[in-house]
Design a protein around this ligand. Sequence first.
Ligand SMILES: Cc1cc2nc3c(=O)[nH]c(=O)nc-3n(C[C@H](O)[C@H](O)[C@H](O)COP(=O)(O)OP(=O)(O)OC[C@H]3O[C@@H](n4cnc5c(N)ncnc54)[C@H](O)[C@@H]3O)c2cc1C
Length: 426
Amino acid sequence: MIHQQPAGRTSNSNPPTGSQICIVGGGFGGLYTALYLQKYRHLRNSQITLIEPKGRFLFTPMMYELITDELKEWEIAPTYSSLLAGTNVSWLQTRAEAVDLQRQVVTVTGGDSIAYDYLVLATGADSRPVDIPGVDQHTLTFRSLDDALSLKARLSQLLQVQAMGPQASAAPVYVTVIGGGPSGVELAGKVSDYLGARGQITLVDRGATILKPFEKGLRRLAQQALARRDIRVLTETSVAAVSADTVTIEAGGEQQVLLSHLTLWAVGTQPNPWLGEQAVDHNEQGQRLTRRSLQLIDHDNVFVLGDSADVRGSKRNAAPNTAQAAYQAASRVAANLAAMTRGRSPKPFNYLHLGDMVTLGVGDAGLWSFGITLGGRIAALCRRGVYIFRMPTRRHRAKVARRALGELGRAVFLPWRKRRDPGYES
Ligand SMILES: Cc1cc2nc3c(=O)[nH]c(=O)nc-3n(C[C@H](O)[C@H](O)[C@H](O)COP(=O)(O)OP(=O)(O)OC[C@H]3O[C@@H](n4cnc5c(N)ncnc54)[C@H](O)[C@@H]3O)c2cc1C
């Protein structure tokens, strides 16, 4: 069993006397469970361990803003050590390699093991591998902080290289975004705004429409935003192959080769592999089946949530694979853990769909919530406000909100000041 403090471990000052709670995965499901557990006084002396190999949490819904410099890395990717400071959560910066449900032990990289009374598994999902020639070698994904930084570096490089070409400044940069779900649409808008008039963006989706699961008004707003940016949208079109500078597409039985200096892959995910030594029930995608209380079927002391879980029970409550569902589930897991450690019964998780929001370029967004659809700058402001409110910890929210308010103040004050005094320099 583990006793020493590995690098990257935040320590808690109270010796543990209560239950040992082990959380695997520090994303929306795992980190938010650890933070929600702080609300329960009787758990203050529990040993809560968070196993997460990355150094920084990633607020994925706002990753797109890194491309256009609307947000800074520290805002959407705060370090775990800063987020967990002052809590009773010990962060182990390592990977969980195996879980033994019978012995109640998690083994981490290097062979150390952590015993638990309660286990929370929130290991998330990753891109689903596909069998299309060239996709692995010639496309960029957009799921991690490294992906966002690589994309930005590649876009800047493309602008420089193309500017040195035979037609110099007029040379267009061709980008193909594959996948017309929220991620593909949001990427297309931001990449277009980054490249400006030089960008020639094509969005490809094999379905009949983009943003299929979204409400009609929101889809229309997105289509208009893409049209304003001259982004070509090809629906009912599939991808047959990708090379370093082309994408071969297929529609109506005909193939066509598109020039593409950069191809972005925004299609399909699959849950990260099950870590258990014993097999458990799962669905076709590999998501682990849980009861409505989010407890693993046949294992009362194990909770699974987020993208790697499939909550069984009434269809009405089925939770989608979103951050919104994961942090709602985290609140329920924390409440159920608090109840069970007091000998009470866990309660079912009821997912409440609060709405959908998409960024549609710089200073533009679309949102739908409880029958109301909003677009443009006002939607962009609301989206930013809602996401700041959803960020982890009060301290981090306050830091991000201060910068947003400062920016808003400058956006309002500067034009007013310049109108009064045309010689005014900011
Ligand atoms: C670019 C992008 C934009 C998105 N935008 C939105 C949005 O606007 N709205 C929305 O609701 N959702 C959005 N999502 C989806 C949302 O991010 C996920 O649904 C959510 O993160 C799922 O939470 P999770 O806890 O299951 O997984 P994650 O948040 O992915 O966390 C999983 C964590 O587990 C860790 N992990 C994995 N394996 C191990 C292991 N063996 N040991 C230890 N740790 C491990 C990983 O490092 C990771 O930190 C977006 C996703 C992406 C990629």
